[in-house]
Design a protein around this ligand. Structure first.
Ligand SMILES: *Cc1c(COP(=O)(O)O)cnc(C)c1O
Length: 236
């Protein structure tokens, strides 16, 4: 199959993002489009970069490792978005610029220790289980303020914001209140703790990113709609 599907995907997602931003009067550069490459092979990397997508995300170290062998991997800022065991942080810290999935204090402490050891600075987001789903990782909203205070004080980590995954629904409108609650939680946490750098809201995936952008997302994590083949052969 020819490679032009990536460029078409990118254009489509960009158009949707721009429309959602302008519906809310948000600036055109308010959202970073992050390509989730977990289900694609490394040869999508130069295609994405050529199309101007310069942020990529992986959710498992074992899969990410192979992507980093590709020369085009250097063109990206890398985001880790999966559940992470503390014994893997030594691999994540040197290769990733962001970790969106900090879901327990123990993990934040391990990342901080490793970042100090490797003289790196890592941007982190707290993962929030905003809809209290039993099968999902993340802090409950009520705990975010206390946790954010502790994480913000850890050396070599910069706490930049919050991340959430919306419950799976058929109609993306049903997720709007969840995204709105995240936006309010971010604002409240930033103000009560006096943390001006707490500006990032990572939310919105292939099925719901337009609503997430309307409700304040600053980073969207798009997999299938960016790297999936139109025919569906490459979709999960
Ligand atoms: C896979 C994944 C995505 C992307 O999902 P799509 O539905 O393919 O867009 C986003 N966020 C996380 C945490 C993921 O694991």
């Amino acid at each position: 199959m020819d490679d032009s599907y990536i460029l078409k995907n990118v254009e489509q997602v960009r158009t949707q993002v721009q429309r959602a931003l302008s519906r809310r009067g948000r600036p055109a550069d308010a959202v970073r489009i992050i390509a989730v490459t977990k289900s694609a092979t490394a040869d999508v990397l130069p295609l994405l970069a050529d199309a101007g997508i310069l942020d990529a995300a992986e959710n498992r170290w074992q899969v990410a490792r192979d992507k980093f062998e590709h020369p085009a991997a250097k063109r990206f800022e890398w985001h880790f978005i999966g559940s992470l065991q503390t014994n893997k942080v030594k691999y994540i810290v040197p290769r990733f610029d962001w970790v969106h999935s900090v879901d327990r204090l123990e993990l934040a402490r391990a990342l901080s220790q490793e970042a100090v050891k490797q003289s790196r600075t890592l941007n982190v987001l707290l993962q929030v289980n905003i809809a209290h789903e039993p099968q999902k990782h993340g802090f409950f909203a009520d705990d975010v303020r206390a946790v954010a205070g502790e994480v913000a004080a850890l050396p070599n980590l910069v706490l930049r914001g919050l991340m959430a995954m919306a419950p799976k629904v058929d109609d993306m409108e049903e997720t709007r209140h969840v995204f709105r609650a995240m936006d309010e939680l971010l604002l409240e946490t930033r103000q009560t703790l006096g943390l001006p750098q707490l500006t990032e809201l990572s939310m919105g995936m292939s099925e719901d990113y337009p609503v997430a952008v309307e409700e304040g997302a600053t980073m969207i994590r798009v997999g299938r709609h960016l790297v999936g083949h139109p025919g569906g052969a490459k979709e999960e």
